[in-house]
Design a protein around this ligand. Structure first.
Ligand code: GLA
Length: 431
């Protein structure tokens, strides 16, 4: 009997202790989780700027060590192109000084070629390009520039001109014989064949064409090309076509941001060509567009009529300090590192540069001016590091020893772009 009583007592004791410890655990867990968030989980540099895929995929044809720069006919001219426009654009790139800043590719987009001849060769439009592409390439090369052309990994181009699918070898040889330096290869009328089957044949054909030709894959991000196109091309479109609006530009920036870890020297994410100067956005919006494209290591392909640029357009696309961020030899794509405010529209975008420097963009995507602050934590900088801050649009130093954070007032839809130069080494909060 006494034994039974003792057993019963022990059972009751164990049960009560279990209930009490469960209650304590339920109360404590959230507290511990909060503590963990507050004190332990400070993101490291490597977590913020994941570069684990950097350089492992890139096509090794020696090109695209930095993102390509130049001009493309599509965004402004669409099909209204001819050899005069192309030559005058080349002249304007030289006379404005843009070529000296790095804008060297003069790229003809769709509509240059209405047909193939009886031998199956692509024939340039005889009315628009009466002198032929070889003559145009000679002209462009004579100015120290490079010529780009366009075709499609399908039966037709998007404007229903002949495509290069199953003509890869002949077309690549023809482009090489003309002296073409760059091929944009589009994705229309692809007969439902997966891109991973349609894009490699043209790479092979270019490789044996006898000419080193930049390979710009334009697959619109349909099959996540960042994951595979680095072995094939020097850049790959990550999104559908841009249009000349704030909504399109911001949406595309966000889509391209997702693939930041995959870009590097030899192969770049391509969020499509610039719309700066085409009239659909304000000066502030275009400045944001250019700053973010530069930071994201996007190709800088001007898409306006460079023969008739306004002073504002020229000021934006000729900003040498912003271009230097894009062309920085470290080649790490900058990315969105912090958002706050309504719908996350106060944003901090940043990326590491060579020489242990940082490029930082404070981007106000809200409709009212506001202060936006970059914290060292968001940038992956050690908290005590002192930084000098240079404004890349005002072209002056704005702080000599910022510590732990730096903020500024930013107008609606505008951005501020900075170069941060820390005063000390061992500045990264590394994993
Ligand atoms: C597609 C491409 C554009 C442009 C047009 C031309 O839409 O994505 O960049 O080349 O075709 O037709």
């Amino acid at each position: 009997m006494a034994k039974r009583k003792i057993t019963l007592f022990l059972y009751t004791l164990i049960l009560s202790l279990s209930v009490v410890s469960l209650a304590v655990a339920v109360r404590l867990t959230p507290v511990l989780q909060t503590q963990e968030k507050l004190s332990i989980k400070r993101p490291t540099f490597n977590q913020i700027f994941d570069t684990s895929k950097y350089g492992i995929l890139q096509l090794n044809n020696g090109l695209a060590q930095t993102p390509q720069m130049g001009w493309n006919s599509w965004n402004f001219f669409a099909c209204n192109i001819d050899e005069t426009v192309i030559k005058e654009t080349a002249d304007a790139l030289i006379s404005t000084g843009l070529a000296d800043l790095g804008y060297v590719y003069v790229n003809i987009d769709d509509c240059w070629c209405p047909t193939r001849n009886f031998e199956g060769q692509l024939v340039p439009d005889p009315i628009a390009f009466p002198s032929g592409i070889k003559a145009l390439a000679d002209y462009i090369h004579g100015k120290g520039l490079k010529l780009g052309i366009y075709s499609d990994a399908g039966a037709f181009t998007c404007q229903v001109r002949p495509g290069s699918l199953y003509h890869e070898s002949d077309d690549a040889k023809l482009f090489a014989s003309w002296g073409v330096d760059y091929l944009k290869y589009d994705n229309c009328y692809n007969l439902g064949i997966p891109p991973k089957e349609r894009y490699p044949p043209m790479r092979e054909a270019l490789n044996v064409s006898g000419r080193t030709i930049f390979y710009s894959i334009c697959e619109w991000g349909v099959d996540d090309p960042a994951l595979w196109a680095g072995k094939l091309g020097n850049s790959w479109r990550t999104t559908d076509d841009i249009n000349d609006s704030w909504a399109s530009m911001t949406a595309i920036a966000d889509l391209n941001d997702k693939w930041a870890a995959y870009a590097g020297p030899g192969g770049w994410n391509d969020p499509d060509m610039l719309e700066v100067g085409n009239g659909g956005m304000t000066y502030q919006e275009y400045r944001s567009h250019f700053s973010i494209w530069a930071l994201m290591k996007a190709p800088l392909l001007i898409g306006c009529d460079v023969r008739n640029m306004t002073a504002e357009t020229f000021e934006i696309v000729s900003n040498e300090e912003v271009i230097a961020v894009n062309q920085d030899p470290l080649g790490v794509q900058g990315r969105k590192v912090n958002v706050s405010g309504p719908d996350g529209c106060y944003q901090v975008w940043a990326g590491p540069l060579s020489g242990d420097r940082w490029a930082v963009v404070l981007w106000n995507r809200c409709s009212k001016a506001n202060t936006i602050t970059a914290t060292w934590e968001a940038l992956g900088l050690k908290s005590g590091v002192s930084v000098s801050v240079r404004d890349l649009w005002q072209h002056k130093e704005v702080a000599v020893d910022a510590v732990s954070s730096f903020g500024a007032q930013v107008d609606a839809h505008d951005c501020r772009m900075y170069m941060f130069t820390p005063h000390t080494t061992s500045l990264r909060n590394i994993a």
